[in-house]
Design a protein around this ligand. Structure first.
Ligand SMILES: *Cc1c(COP(=O)(O)O)cnc(C)c1O
Length: 378
């Protein structure tokens, strides 16, 4: 097969794909923390599909699990028991400390599921979410996503919700009442640029939910699955939410999401469903992913600290391998300079540089990345 060049990708994209994304690179191959573009240039990937390729690109255990399952059964429907689904649900229950799981195909769908579960089990309609929070772009999840530029053109979205300043417990207390179905929040805000709140904020949300009967919904789509050095970012705070959503890093890039909820919070017959969700390939990929993460999880905090020391001049916000730095207007310029030096980084909101590399990144790779970023800013 003849390889496409970047300009060939670009020509087809411009002619046939709706221009919702801004992009100028074509990535055609990956291995570990390294990716190659269409011209064969090599990069250390600190974007990792936006915190998705947790085990690195094409980890052999994940590739094998997908291929083995593909030879057996690619799809069968949730009308039947699905290979690997029960094993995966058991794993998710064990690593979250919650009770039962429900699968989805994406983070946004996991949010939608969590909102539906909260509504149907509490019988309440209202939600509270936070400024700069991101929970997805479906009609349901977008309703609780704050960013006015991406949400407001689509209002009215069918969800009664209020936004409260992230970190402001007094404001939260004022709006959560006995009609509130749930409070949805990211334990660390990802799209906002890696914003780490004090533990007291998370504990305060728990107390307000306990006082009112609102459900505490932790969106761990980005922070979960070992990203911050523990299976859940919530585990740094010792606070147990009522519902956790997962996606990005769960299956190393195979599309999958899940929500896991405490006892007494489950969908009953016909209350929710999905054709593809929790399919055999996705579950096989997720189980293999978890097997790999189990082995490397103890190293994640140390790797994050190595980034933190190397980038100390930039005052990085570091929790495991979720790292943010406020760079300002130069952010896109820095992103470009890093790419030219063989390092992929990503500008999240408000001039915040975000690093979410594969959890398998090596110390030598970290040192190279740190040098390139410091150089790009120097
Ligand atoms: C990415 C993200 C989502 C949405 O996930 P998709 O798979 O893109 O639908 C939801 N919540 C958080 C915190 C995210 O980072």
């Amino acid at each position: 097969m003849e390889m496409e060049t970047t300009s060939q990708f670009k020509a087809l994209d411009e002619r046939y794909v709706m221009p919702a994304f801004s992009r100028d690179m074509a990535i055609v191959k990956g291995e570990g923390s390294i990716v190659w573009d269409a011209e064969g240039k090599q990069y250390i990937d600190c974007v990792a599909g936006i915190a998705v390729c947790s085990t690195g690109h094409c980890h052999p255990a994940v590739v094998k699990a997908i291929c083995d399952q593909a030879h057996q059964l690619i799809h069968c429907s949730n009308l039947y028991y699905v290979p690997h689904q029960g094993d995966l649900a058991k794993k998710l229950v064990e690593i979250t400390g919650l009770h039962k799981a429900f699968f989805s195909n994406s983070g946004a769908e996991a949010t939608d599921g969590a909102l539906k579960l909260a509504r149907v089990r509490t019988g309440r309609k209202k939600f509270v979410a936070f400024t700069h929070g991101f929970h997805g772009r479906t009609v349901g999840s977008l309703a609780v996503t704050h960013k006015p530029a991406i949400r407001e053109p689509f209002e009215p979205l069918g969800m009664v919700k209020t936004f409260v300043e992230y970190g402001d417990l007094d404001a939260l207390k004022k709006v959560v009442d006995n009609d509130t179905a749930g409070v949805i929040f990211e334990p660390i805000q990802g799209e906002a640029g890696v914003i780490i709140p004090p533990d007291s904020f998370i504990k305060g949300i728990r107390e307000i939910c306990d006082d009112t009967g609102a459900l505490m919904i932790a969106d761990e789509v980005q922070t979960g699955m070992g990203r911050t050095g523990t299976w859940l970012a919530m585990q740094h705070t010792k606070v147990m939410p009522d519902i956790v959503t997962l996606a990005k890093g769960i299956a190393s890039g195979f599309p999958m999401g899940a929500l896991v909820a405490r006892e007494d919070l489950e969908f009953k017959k016909s209350e929710h469903g999905s054709t593809f969700a929790g399919g055999p390939l996705a579950c096989a990929a997720a189980l293999a992913t978890i097997g790999v993460i189990e082995k490397i999880l103890p190293d994640v905090a140390r790797k994050g600290e190595r980034f933190g020391r190397g980038l100390a001049a930039l005052n990085p916000r570091v929790r495991g391998l979720m790292i943010g730095m406020t760079i300002g207007d130069k952010c896109l310029d820095v992103q470009k300079k890093c790419a030219s030096q063989g390092v992929l980084v990503n500008c999240a909101a408000d001039g915040n540089l975000r690093l979410v590399p594969p959890l398998v990144i090596t110390e030598a790779e970290i040192d190279y990345v740190v040098g390139v970023i410091n150089g790009a800013l120097g």
